[in-house]
Design a protein around this ligand. Structure first.
Ligand code: FNR
Length: 195
């Protein structure tokens, strides 16, 4: 059995450090036995959440696609950019849309239950986006009842953090990332075995 794991970049920026981080996690997971899918929110543009839009047109196509994709996974790694010490609007908006029911009797947040989340962030600052991760954990755990691994990886001073192969220059950060990735893979595998 293979766990299915999604790595998702919450940035839409070309040259995004968070896309590099999510790609690195995907690369490491692919060395193991996980079936890995790597995506970026740049490929799933969404309108800003609006209750009237939802009432009139239902979930936008890209929200439905993202939700179905997440429902297929056992584990999800999200690379979260940080703006002003919080979660960015693009990432929060995607989560808000994905959390909405697609069918009448569906409870909110189904895509966030019964799978394991892991979080990471990369930023040019000294703290690597850690404040945004705290906000993200609150959204997932308190808001959506998700299970989130306690470990979180941050890549600080990200402008010089990655080498040309996309690996981390800092050995300690690299070791931490590999540990987190291995834990995500083993916890996802454990989930598969009890499904
Ligand atoms: C930032 N950035 C930032 N970085 C950080 O570490 N802490 C912060 O509070 C902020 N605040 C912030 C606010 C706004 C409005 C912008 C536009 C940017 C910098 C941010 O981390 C940087 O733009 C990263 O490059 C964003 O991630 P991606 O797009 O490279 O993945």
């Amino acid at each position: 059995i293979q766990p299915r794991i999604l790595t998702l970049s919450g940035s839409t920026r070309s040259g995004s450090y968070n896309t590099k981080l999510a790609a690195l996690v995907a690369k490491h997971l692919a060395l193991g036995m996980s079936e890995v899918t790597h995506i970026s929110l740049v490929d799933y543009p969404l309108p800003l959440y609006d209750g009237d839009l939802e009432a009139n047109q239902g979930l936008p196509k890209n929200a439905q696609i993202l939700k179905k994709l997440i429902l297929k996974q056992d584990g999800i790694f999200i690379a979260c950019p940080e703006y002003n010490a919080g979660v960015t609007p693009v990432l929060k908006n995607a989560i808000d849309w994905i959390s909405r029911p697609s069918e009448q009797d569906e409870p909110p947040g189904v895509a966030f239950k019964n799978r394991i989340f892991a979080l990471g962030a990369a930023s040019p600052g000294a703290h690597g986006g850690m404040s945004g991760l705290i906000g993200m954990r609150t959204i997932l755990e308190v808001g959506l009842g998700a299970t989130v691994l306690p470990q979180m990886v941050v890549v600080s001073r990200a402008a010089t953090g990655f080498n040309l192969k996309g690996d981390l220059n800092d050995d300690r950060a690299a070791a931490y990332l590999e540990g987190l990735t291995d834990t995500l893979a083993s916890e996802s595998l454990r989930l598969v075995s009890v499904r």
